[in-house]
Design a binder for this molecule. Structure first.
Ligand code: NAD
Length: 476
């Protein structure tokens, strides 16, 4: 098993100023290893190093930066099997999903390696013939990046790749629950030739580390993927310091199943994407809003699809859904399912724990959901498919837009008028029509309302780490 360490100035640190913390395997509840626990001291050091790293890295040409990022992507691909095994062990997802995430993250690194070469400025026609007005794109400065445990490779890469490609240095704090994957990413970049001060890795006490980094004068941008609760905390602190932010926060995706939808296509897709990563996906389809004529067939179809899912340790190749990643998440899913059942939800599949070791929760389909049930408003982030009958499209849209989050949304219909109504009315950052696949390196990814600020991915992803610099010259 890989033993991860903090990395400062390219050096492994196996002790932390706050002692140690355990890393737990969610499938067995056994300790994997003890981690060094960092706090204020390491965060202050990392901020200082990041300022020096920025001075060094920001003057490297985008062409040369791109070579290093591509070399790191190649290292990542070479390590795919070991990295997937580590990810499954610390996070719980099935090996095939871990491998797919790791390889997709290498692709994302490649995309931003190239995109860095296209951070064009522009010339603006000036008001006087003897003046030139030129806009350059400069890196924003050292970045502090915080990521969650659900996608331990993809969420960090969505920040580290564009930040480094733009010429920023990065202090990276992965979730304490999934440090090994983050460690592997940092090692790949350093081994590929990244200057050691351009990327630091630390974890430990999240509140202490984030408070220190957000207030550190050297750090100029805060990028968080995480909960709306932590987004508000870091956003407020960053606002106080007048620092730029990108906030990729919680979702609660509605899925409108219109009366003309083809259930033979919708149901298998819905079950596959609902229970992927045990539902711990910010864009996971969650509130299924099904028009009345299709409701009963949809409910029974989802129930039988859910029952076919093989739940087990992610290291077993037969497993299609692993455990929940943390004890806290497991407790939350139990609580939200219990609340819905108490208030009249109909359990048509799953509904509770599997076994008594490991945080396994059965793929669950709850029908007849109503808005009084907490799960309809609070993001479950777990394997709960919540199904509600709606009379018509108006009712579906009203429910979809009822809560103040707006990350992904989905609609199933072959009708162009219905599609247009939904696309023009839904409050979300993204809409998938007749499919659930979101998040590609080339496309922007982000939410509205309480789901966050800014976008990652695509050309928007790199602009989040650039700032325009205007030079006006009177030509003599
Ligand atoms: P979280 O908000 O608890 O933690 C996210 C990161 O912030 C972690 O690294 C955590 O340690 C750190 N953090 C910094 N300051 C903190 C503080 N003061 N207190 C606590 N943590 C602090 O999120 P999580 O539980 O790890 O992840 C689940 C959430 O992430 C869900 O809400 C999910 O929707 C969201 N998410 C969003 C996206 C997106 O792109 N929009 C993607 C994945 C996950």
């Amino acid at each position: 098993m890989t033993q991860p360490t903090l990395i400062l100035n390219g050096e492994a640190r196996s002790t932390g100023s706050l002692g140690t913390l355990p890393l737990i395997d969610p499938a067995t509840e056994m300790e994997i290893c003890l981690l060094p626990k960092a706090g204020r001291a390491e965060a202050e050091e990392a901020a200082r190093l990041a300022a020096e790293g920025f001075a060094e890295w920001s003057v490297v040409s985008p062409f040369e930066r791109g070579k290093i990022l591509r070399a790191a992507a190649a290292i990542m691909r070479d390590q795919a099997d070991e990295a997937a095994a580590d990810m499954t062990r610390e996070q719980g997802k099935p090996l095939v999903q871990a491998r797919g995430e790791w390889m997709g993250s290498a692709d994302c690194l490649d995309w931003f390696a190239e995109e860095g070469r296209r951070t064009y400025g522009r010339l603006i026609p000036s008001r006087s013939p003897d003046m030139t007005w030129a806009v350059h794109q400069r890196p924003v400065g050292p970045v502090a990046a915080f990521t969650p445990w659900n996608f331990p490779a993809w969420t960090p890469i969505q920040k580290i790749a564009p930040a480094l490609a733009a010429g920023c240095s990065v202090v990276f704090k992965p979730a304490e629950e999934t440090p090994i994957t983050g460690w592997r990413i940092v090692r790949a970049l350093l081994d590929a030739g990244l200057p050691p001060k351009a990327l630091a890795l630390l974890w430990g006490d999240p509140a202490e580390i984030s408070d220190t980094l957000v207030k550190a004068a050297e750090i100029r941008k805060i990028s968080l993927t995480g909960s709306t609760r932590v987004g508000r905390l870091l956003g407020a602190a960053a606002g106080q310091e007048l620092k730029k932010v990108t906030m990729e926060l919680g979702g609660h995706a509605p899925v409108i199943v219109a009366r003309d939808a083809d259930l033979s296509k919708v149901v298998p897709l819905a079950a596959e994407w609902k229970f992927r990563n045990a539902g711990q996906v910010c864009v996971s389809p969650t509130r299924f809003l099904v028009e009345a004529p299709l409701y009963d067939d949809f409910v029974s179809g989802m129930a039988s699809a859910a029952e076919k899912i093989t739940v087990g340790n992610g290291t077993d190749p037969a497993t299609t859904m692993g455990p929940l990643a943390t004890a806290t998440q497991f407790a939350k899913i139990q609580e939200l399912a219990g609340d819905a059942i108490d208030k009249g939800a109909r359990v048509v599949a799953g509904g509770g724990r599997i076994g008594n070791r490991g945080w396994f929760f059965a793929p669950t389909v709850l029908a007849d959901m109503t808005t009084e049930m907490r799960a309809m408003t609070e993001e479950p982030f777990g394997p709960l498919a919540l199904v509600t009958k709606v009379d018509d499209l108006d009712a579906a849209l009203a429910e979809a837009n009822r809560i103040p989050v707006g990350l992904a949304s989905y609609a199933f219909t072959g009708d162009s008028g219905t599609r247009h109504r939904i696309a023009s009315t839904i409050k979300a950052g993204m809409l998938g029509i007749n499919h659930f696949a979101m998040a590609m390196p080339e496309t922007p990814f982000g939410g509205v309302l309480d789901s966050g600020l800014g976008s990652e991915g695509g050309i928007e992803g790199i602009h989040a780490y650039l700032t325009p610099f205007l030079v006006t010259a009177l030509n003599q």
